[in-house]
Design a protein around this ligand. Sequence first.
Ligand code: FAD
Length: 507
Amino acid sequence: MQSRRTILRAGAGLALTAASLEVATGTVFAETTATGWAGLAQQIQGDIVLPADAGYAAAKELQIAEYDAVHPQAIAYPESPRDVQALVNYARTKRISVRIRSGGHNFNGWSTGDGLVIDTSRLNHATVGSSTVRVGPGLQSIDALHALAPYNKQVIAGTCPTVSPGGFISGGGIGYQTRKFGLGSDRLRSAQIVLADGRLIRASATQYSDLFWAIRGGGGGNFGVITEFEVAPIDAPRMVFFSTTWAWDKAEQVFAAWQTWQMNASVNLGSALILNLPDAAPGTVPMVIITGGYHGPESEAQAALAQLTSLIGAQPTSNYVADLPYHEAMKTAYGCGDLTQDQCHREGTGPEAHLHRTAWQRDAYRVFNQPFTPSQLNSLVSTLDADRVAGQRRVLHCMAVGGNSNFTSPTATAFPHREANFVIGYVAQLDAPTPETQAAASAFVGTGAGVLNPLSDGAYVNFPGSSLPDWATQYYGDNYLRLKKVKNAYDPSNFFRHPRSIGSLGE
Ligand SMILES: Cc1cc2nc3c(=O)[nH]c(=O)nc-3n(C[C@H](O)[C@H](O)[C@H](O)COP(=O)(O)OP(=O)(O)OC[C@H]3O[C@@H](n4cnc5c(N)ncnc54)[C@H](O)[C@@H]3O)c2cc1C
């Protein structure tokens, strides 16, 4: 029998991490000497960690352990925009490649490389103003909850407690709040950025407006190092968190009902459907989970869930509903309901940090405007379940989007998916990867991508695919040409880059 805690954890953090076949490392233009780094360290308030330092192994870790194989020349922790300027100027002058990192969650390792990693995790302030909130790019979602709760203000966040605004807002930002309040990037009012030439500017609707357009959905690591986001907070004093589970043999019925239910629901309802095959080993229990948040009275949430049960035509195997202060509801959604704030961080990042990293992952997420037909649903679920392999955890993860976020024009910001109703992906995870198990897991995800591709309407840059043909069009649609113009205007030498950065097709 799964405990509620197990079930909540199983559902938390999905929009899972995934690694990639793409090469995570960047091109190192030049090496600098220990003396060079020491001189740079003198110029900044923050720290620089080098390979010989005791903390280096921990400093280079991302959420996915596969990228421990990448060895940056240096990892810098700036503590102010001025520090970031010094780091950018140094790297540009010395011709050292740069990767920018905040929460380190990029599925494909785009936030690490062989040169200098500028880690903005210490830029993690939260400053509450009269109508906006200013947050540092490194303010993890769990810490934003705690910092803002005393002011009864909150910001859009996803389903993982340690994802940070640096990547989340830059790439779009989808959460249970999105159908009601929009994407995280839709609520951006301005951003402070260090550009490739070292200038510190603030982009907004009236200043550097082309850049402001691009950083709302264009994806992180493209245009500069964002050192602060100014966002409009959401009015969400409470949220009804729910997590219901259903028997595996009802998977297709639940999937069919969920998409109908969610598409016809009030914008107050945001949810995810998770088809979870933990392993193929004896005794492991596949689960169908519907979890999410309702921004309204508990009675309305209960009525909506009763409607879901009626659409499915079967009772859930478990059902947890709690009307909670917003920050407690989100902490529960993160699977951290019974952890302290300090414990609700990635292991290795603090003495009490408790959350595990993912050893290895591959994924294939796509964006969908329309619900699936019964035969398409059958194909999706059968693909998930076919030829299961012991030790391979498989998930089909479906997030509801749309609602009020679709009332923004596809060209108003760089995020183009304004007719989307779902973001759906196959994920395979391994705890102890070997070349053989990696090949099998990659093959499974490749098969899943083959099923999703012909039905899809694009892809979400914050859930980058392990292998995504025509990625520029998939991520950005018609906005890609404009993104390239902005890139050329602000970073003509392509200083900020990663394997799928704007313009990296060399066009
Ligand atoms: C477990 C898990 C759950 C998730 N759940 C959701 C979800 O519910 N909804 C959702 O929308 N997304 C979700 N995501 C995806 C997440 O939004 C993206 O991975 C996001 O880009 C992570 O941002 P980061 O700063 O934590 O990661 P990083 O890896 O540090 O950065 C991601 C990208 O942004 C760039 N970047 C980082 N900081 C900056 C900066 N200061 N300035 C400019 N560029 C920067 C990096 O170079 C990289 O390209 C999830 C990811 C994981 C791993």
